[in-house]
Design a protein around this ligand. Structure first.
Ligand SMILES: Cc1ncc(COP(=O)(O)O)c(C=O)c1O
Length: 523
């Protein structure tokens, strides 16, 4: 039996890696406590998942990754934010292997987008199927010449898990393209209703409208209409979606934006049970501003056609609000004839513990649109019948999605059902939350304001610097987490992240907190 002594914490980074590597390769029983009586990490009881657990050989990024980065940077850099290169063939389950051979427990899962981790056998099986091969070779324009299998595939996938009362679905390419097209569909419906009030059909366009739209002018272009969004929200980086994004300046600076209204999103205080009054007052005040924005624009003759909101404002720092808050927003949209758009790109497909996070609000009537992407493997949205576009080509692009992803998503849903992963997500979420609460008492500088639903969990650190140093230590010791907001760490594991993975995380997490707190107090 070995243990990490305080002197190990003071050792050089390379010694620390050796400590971790020893732990990752030792075969142990999983029943006993990971700490010995002295409170030190007990390496001999750390779970190693049959030799497939965390195995760190170098810091991240390691030398091989750095070489690849140099090469990629000359080629354009792929967005300029690459942190590591992965060896996806060697990765499996919830472990990503990087280009330096480090096996890392992945709790970020490709920005929340891998439903079943890496190289899942069920998806591998689909990948070998003849239909998959054909659809991959012959990528189809789904809006013009879809494969004959498409209606059945939609029935077996998105329609099977449609939010209550939603019977229509449109696939797209990514989250941003889903949102952009939802905005258009909301505007079409709004203008059609205006025409109805004049006794006109939805496509009875005047010649002035047809001429002016070609010059980006009103009345053909509905430049007076808008979509309301919320401070801290994130809906993508294409132009319309970016107007509704308010999470970080780096996304928005230098880009023209539409003159669309932004309402404040509540800033809740934690723990919730200790701040009931303040939080309720905060939500009321945000609702009041949203209503004033609707009212003001209506009086100015430039009504708001839709409102977009995430159930958990993810990129903005995992900001939550009560079910009542969201329900009130839906009522407000109804009052002003605006579409209520719920962006479930990051929260959808089981990770909240519900298939769709907004199901936890218990709405009497579904939202008007629910957008998805990430764990759904391709972008798209559900919509109510009345938002069916009045003509072909009004919602359109070349691919309109990707049929191969529908084949894979069918296998994802079958696996979720067969393996009871929705229940696993709930159990894992509870266990992770318990671990965080324990850590918050011992290390409040690094763990505070814990919040979550299912495995969509986040906590704050005392400052951005505290957050960055903890996230980087975790990565170097074999746990990949996400960061968001100004000083938050978020978990976004795959749906097959189990309690065994949690135990492995717990050891590294507690170990890292001790090391980092010890380092801070020694300064
Ligand atoms: C809530 C939400 N909406 C939209 C998007 C944009 O999706 P994509 O990056 O696929 O365009 C994201 C991406 O993180 C998101 O989290």
């Amino acid at each position: 039996m070995a243990s990490l002594s305080p002197s190990c914490f003071r050792q050089s980074t390379s010694h620390f890696f050796r400590c971790i590597a020893v732990r990752a390769t030792s075969q142990v029983s999983q029943g006993s406590m990971p700490f010995n009586h002295a409170g030190m990490i007990n390496l001999a009881v750390t779970p190693v998942l049959n030799g497939k657990g965390i195995d760190m050989k170098t810091p991240v990024p390691g030398p091989e990754t750095k070489k690849l980065m140099d090469k990629l940077n000359v080629q354009g850099g792929m967005g300029g934010a690459v942190t590591l290169f992965a060896d996806y063939s060697a990765s499996s389950g919830c472990y990503m292997v990087d280009a330096d051979g480090n096996r890392i427990l992945d709790m970020f899962s490709q920005i929340a987008s891998l439903p079943l981790g890496y190289n899942h056998p069920a998806l591998d099986e689909v990948a070998k199927s003849p239909l998959m091969r054909t659809l991959a070779h012959s990528r189809c324009a789904l809006g013009l010449m879809p494969p004959k299998e498409l209606p059945q595939l939609l029935e077996d996938t998105f329609l099977k898990i449609a939010p209550k009362g939603m019977t229509r679905v449109q696939t797209m390419l990514c989250g941003s393209s889903a949102n952009e097209n939802v905005f258009k569909a909301a505007f079409f419906r709004f203008r059609a209703k205006q025409r109805e009030q004049l006794g006109l059909g939805p496509t009875d366009f005047t010649s002035e409208e047809l001429e002016s739209c070609m010059n980006n002018q009103m009345p053909g272009c509905a430049n007076d209409l808008s979509i309301m969004s919320f401070s801290g929200g994130f809906h993508g980086r294409t132009l319309g979606a970016l107007t509704c994004t308010h999470s970080k300046t780096v996304h928005k600076i230098d880009v023209p934006a539409f003159d669309w209204p932004t309402a404040p999103f509540p800033k809740l205080q934690y723990p919730l049970e200790d701040h009931l009054e303040q939080n309720a007052a905060e939500e009321r005040s945000c609702l009041q501003v949203a209503r004033q924005l609707f009212q003001g624009r209506q009086e100015e003759g430039r009504p708001i056609a839709g409102m977009i909101i995430e159930p958990i404002l993810s990129e903005g720092g995992d900001l939550h609000a009560s079910a009542r808050f969201f329900e009130s927003l839906q009522h407000m949209c109804k009052d002003f004839g605006a579409a209520f758009i719920v962006d479930e790109v990051q929260t959808g497909v089981c990770s909240s513990g519900q298939m769709w996070s907004h199901e936890a609000w218990g709405l009497e009537e579904s939202p008007d649109f629910v957008c998805f992407s990430k764990k759904a493997l391709l972008g798209g949205y559900y919509y109510k019948d009345e938002f069916q576009p009045p003509q072909g080509y009004r919602i359109f692009n070349t691919w309109m999605g990707d049929a191969t992803k529908l084949l894979l998503f069918r296998a994802v849903l079958e696996t979720v059902e067969k393996e009871g992963l929705q229940v696993v997500v709930r159990e894992v979420g509870q266990k992770l939350t318990t671990i965080l609460h324990e850590a918050a008492s011992a290390h409040p500088e690094y763990v505070r304001n814990i919040r979550g639903q299912g495995t969509i969990i986040a906590f704050d650190c005392a400052s951005p610097e505290h957050r960055d140093s903890l996230a980087s230590l975790l990565r170097n010791t074999g746990v990949l987490v996400g960061t968001n907001g100004t000083q938050s760490i978020r978990f976004r594991p795959s749906l097959n992240f189990t309690l065994e993975h949690v135990t492995e995380f717990q050891v590294v997490f507690q170990d890292s907190l001790k090391q980092i707190s010890f380092g801070a107090s020694a300064k």
